[in-house]
Write a protein that binds this ligand. Structure first.
Ligand code: NAP
Length: 296
């Protein structure tokens, strides 16, 4: 694996396996740029544009998005803020859902829907091909659910053959689904719900690390219910940083294949998140933080 982990800026670099795409380990998740409930436009589109520009100016070269954020709105904002895209910027998007007029999240996994989703992303991001597309399985309320994803992964592999997608990843999946997909095509990343409090994927992270595949936690800060823990707050106070910075530093230290995409609509929070990689947690502090999952 050719990843320089001694670089402290934005957590060092990581190359998606079998690709020429290398990103800093601290990236940015764009979901928070849409309106409330990830539906409709944000109150202040100019502020959303400013957050993206500041992220990229600070060296972020990994942005996570989806055309079903808004829907379409987050991708429009990314295009407005950053197009023409700087060399080396990796935009990762996802397919598998749609947002009807009532704002609900519905599965969109037929061949027609996946193909239309690729074209929506291309158009709304202003791209000819998508660097990485995650197949996002809908799963159950609290996480992934077992069941074959072979049909959808095969459809994405076909779209890749057509040159519309460069690489394929997975989201909201189980270890069995990762293995099933890997028998069909190369998988370059896995994006699941994981943070200090929610550690169902510990074994999967280690397994992917052995394969050199990045694990990209969504909800790294707890998502719609940001992490709250007296242990986390006490550690942050002691170190003179914020709880969210500790949560991100813990993830970076959890495993070298963890790539961060914290989401924020605030420049202040963005700045805080981007410097979290400067924080080094001692083994004793990590052990203390490892107790948090049991509090939840
Ligand atoms: N594959 C999937 O199914 C899936 C699901 C969810 C998300 N995602 C992706 O993962 C990314 C990250 O997840 P997320 O944005 O839902 O959740 P998150 O990163 O865990 O947390 C975002 C929340 O934390 C707040 N926040 C961010 N930085 C903060 C800071 N320094 N201090 C205090 N509060 C802070 C944000 O509010 P402010 O805006 O006020 O900062 C927002 O409410 C998303 O942006 C999206 O790209 C993927």
């Amino acid at each position: 694996m050719n990843n320089a982990m001694n670089e402290s800026a934005l957590g060092g670099k990581f190359t998606f396996p079998g690709t020429s795409l290398t990103v800093h380990r601290v990236g940015y998740g764009a979901m928070q740029l849409a309106g409330p409930g990830v539906f409709g436009p944000p109150k202040d589109p100019d502020a959303a544009v400013a957050v993206l520009r500041e992220a990229v100016e600070a060296g972020v070269n990994h942005i996570d998005t989806s055309d079903f954020y808004g829907p379409h709105i987050t991708n429009h904002i990314i295009q407005r803020a950053l197009h023409p895209y700087p060399a080396g910027l990796v935009i990762v998007t996802k397919l598998g859902a749609r947002r009807p007029a009532d704002g609900s999240w519905q599965q969109a996994i037929s061949s027609e829907e996946l193909t239309a989703g690729v074209h929506d992303n291309l158009r709304n991001l202003g791209l000819d091909a998508l660097d990485i597309v995650n197949y996002r399985a809908m799963g159950a309320i609290h996480g992934p659910a077992e069941g074959s994803i072979a049909e959808q992964v095969t459809m994405l592999a076909d779209l890749r053959q057509k040159g519309l997608i460069r690489h394929i990843g997975l989201s909201n999946v189980t270890a069995a689904q990762v293995a099933e997909a890997q028998a069909i095509t190369d998988i370059v990343c896995v994006q699941n719900n994981y943070n200090l409090a929610h550690r169902h994927d510990d074994a999967l992270i280690d397994d992917l690390a052995r394969q050199g595949i990045p694990y990209v936690p969504f909800f790294p800060l707890g998502g719609f219910t940001p992490l709250q823990s007296s242990t986390l707050s006490a550690v942050a106070d002691r170190l003179g940083v914020t709880p969210m910075q500790v949560a991100l530093a813990w993830l970076l230290q959890r495993s070298r294949n963890v790539l961060l995409i914290p989401g924020t609509s605030s420049i202040g929070h963005l700045r805080e998140n981007l410097i979290a990689a400067r924080l080094t947690l001692t083994a004793q502090t990590v052990a203390e933080l490892n107790g948090i999952a049991a509090e939840y």
